[in-house]
Design a protein around this ligand. Structure first.
Ligand code: FAD
Ligand code: NAP
Length: 342
C-alpha cells in the first residue's frame, strides 16, 4: 500500500510528555515496502526525518519540520533452540511491555525486570533499555536494520550494536539504522535477577520467586514511584546516572555520608535522583512543568507545558547539581529537532 502522508499532524497523543507538537508531515509505516518507499521519497526530496516509536524518550519542539514516520512493523516468532533456550523475533512496532507479558504467558523468561517500560520494541535497543539490573543488550542476539545510507536490509549482531549504559551504535548514529526487527535469546528455565534491593525486598518472603512474581513486583514498584504518562506527561528518567572517579566519590562521600552510589568498574555510578532530591527539587512545580513528587529524576508536564519550559527547568537543575557536587548531568531523552543541552 502506498504511503498516506498527513500534513500538519498533531503528535500530542504520540509523545508521553504530551507536548502539543505539530509535524509538518506524518506517515505510519506498516510494511517493509513502505520503508523502501519512504526512503525513495526522502531521497527524491531531502528533508529532516524522525522515526517514531511510542514517543516515550523524546522531547519534541512545538513545530517538527520535515517528516515524522511512526514505525508500526508487527510480528512475533518463537523458535525453540533446545530444552532451555528460545529465540524470539519481534517486529519493531510491537509494544514492548505487551511483548514482555505475552512471552511470560508462554513461560518464556528473561525480560521480567524490564516490565512496564513504555514504547516500542524497535526503540528498545536504541538506548539499550535497562531496569533493575537487566538491559536489553543482555538478552539480545541480533537487530535487523534498514540502513538509511545504503538502502540495504541486514542483521547486526549484538557485538555490532556496541551497547553501553543507556547507549548503543544506534544512539551514536542517529538517522542511520532503521530497526525493523529485534531478535532475543530467552529462557524457559527461570533465572531471576534480584540484584536491586527494592526488588529483593519486595520478594523477601519467597525463596525462589517465579518470573511471574518478579514481573508483578516490578510493575507494583514502578506504579508506586513513577507517574503514568496517561495521567501526567513525562519521559521517564530525565537524566542519566553520572559516572565519577574514585577520588571524587570519596570527596562527596565525606561530605554526604548518605550519598547513593554504586561501584562501576573503576568508577562510581551516582544516583542522579539522589543528587536532585538532595537539592530540594523533588515535588518542585514551576508553571506547567515540574519534578515528580515521588521520583526526582522524572521531569513532568502537568498540562500545557512545552519543550522550552522543560529545557529551562532542566538547565536550572543541571546548574544546581554542577555547583553543589561538581557533577555534569547528561540528559537521557532525545531532543527533536536536536539542540545543544541547556
Ligand atoms: P521513541 O521515544 O519513539 O524514540 C526514541 C528514539 O528511538 C528516537 O531517537 C527515535 O528516533 C528512535 N527510534 C524509534 N523507533 C526506531 C526504530 N524502529 N529504529 C531506529 N530508531 C528508532 N527507559 C529505560 O531504559 N528504562 C526504564 O526503566 C524506563 N522507564 C520509563 C518509564 C516511563 C514512565 C517513561 C515515560 C519512559 C521510560 N523509559 C525507560 C524511557 C523509554 O520508555 C525507553 O527509552 C523506550 O525504549 C523508548 O521507546 P519509544 O518507542 O517510546 O521510543
Ligand atoms: P532505585 O531503585 O531507587 O535506585 C536508584 C538508582 O541506583 C538507580 O538509578 C539504579 O541505577 C541505581 N541502583 C540501585 N540499585 C543498584 C544496584 N544493586 N547496582 C547498581 N545500581 C543500582 O531506582 P528507580 O529510580 O526506582 O528505578 C528502578 C529501575 O528502573 C532502575 O534500574 C532505573 O534505571 C529504571 N528506570 C529507568 C527509567 C528511565 O527512563 N531510564 C525510568 C524509571 C525507572 P540504574 O538506573 O543504572 O539501574
Amino acid at each position: 500500500m502506498s504511503l498516506a502522508y498527513q500534513h500538519g499532524y498533531s503528535l500530542k497523543a504520540l509523545n508521553t510528555f504530551g507536548f502539543d507538537a505539530v509535524a509538518e508531515r506524518f506517515v505510519a509505516i506498516d510494511t517493509l515496502d513502505q520503508v523502501r518507499e519512504l526512503h525513495a521519497d526522502i531521497r527524491r526530496k531531502p528533508q529532516p526525518l524522525l522515526w517514531l516509536g511510542g514517543g516515550s524518550n523524546l522531547v519534541l519542539a512545538d513545530q517538527i519540520p520535515g517528516t515524522v514516520a511512526q514505525i508500526r512493523l508487527r510480528g512475533r516468532r518463537i523458535e525453540t533452540l533446545n530444552s532451555d533456550e528460545v529465540r524470539v523475533t519481534l517486529g519493531a512496532g510491537e509494544n514492548w511491555h505487551a511483548s514482555v507479558e505475552a512471552l511470560l504467558d508462554e513461560d518464556i523468561f528473561g525480560l521480567e525486570n524490564l516490565a512496564l517500560i513504555p514504547g516500542a520494541v524497535g526503540s528498545a535497543p536504541v538506548q539499550n533499555i535497562g531496569a533493575y539490573g537487566v538491559e536489553i543488550g543482555d538478552r539480545l542476539e541480533a537487530v535487523e536494520v534498514f540502513d538509511w545510507s545504503s538502502a540495504e536490509h541486514y542483521w547486526l549482531s549484538r557485538e555490532d550494536c556496541a551497547f553501553g549504559y543507556r547507549d548503543s551504535l544506534f544512539k551514536r548514529n542517529p538517522g542511520r539504522y532503521l530497526i525493523t526487527r529485534v531478535r532475543l535469546r530467552l529462557n524457559r528455565r527461570p533465572a531471576p535477577v534480584l540484584t536491586y534491593a527494592p526488588l529483593r525486598q519486595a520478594l523477601a518472603d519467597q525463596s525462589e520467586p517465579h518470573p511471574r512474581a518478579v514481573f508483578e513486583a516490578v510493575c507494583r514498584i514502578r506504579r508506586s514511584k513513577l507517574p503514568d504518562p496517561a495521567q501526567i506527561g513525562n519521559a521517564g528518567s530525565f537524566f542519566k546516572n553520572p559516572l565519577i572517579d574514585a577520588a571524587h566519590h570519596q570527596q562527596l562521600r565525606d561530605r554526604f555520608p548518605d550519598l547513593v552510589a554504586y561501584p562501576d568498574g573503576r568508577h562510581y555510578k551516582v544516583a542522579a535522583g539522589w543528587l536532585i532530591d538532595r537539592l530540594g527539587w523533588k515535588g518542585y512545580r514551576g508553571g506547567a512543568v515540574g519534578v515528580h513528587r515521588h521520583q526526582a529524576l522524572v521531569l513532568v508536564n502537568y498540562g500545557g507545558g512545552n519543550r522550552q519550559q522543560i529545557e529551562a527547568l532542566s538547565g536550572r537543575i543541571r546548574r544546581s547539581v554542577r555547583e553543589a557536587f561538581a557533577i555534569e548531568l547528561e540528559v537521557e531523552p532525545g531532543f527533536y529537532p536536536p539542540t545543544v543541552q541547556p
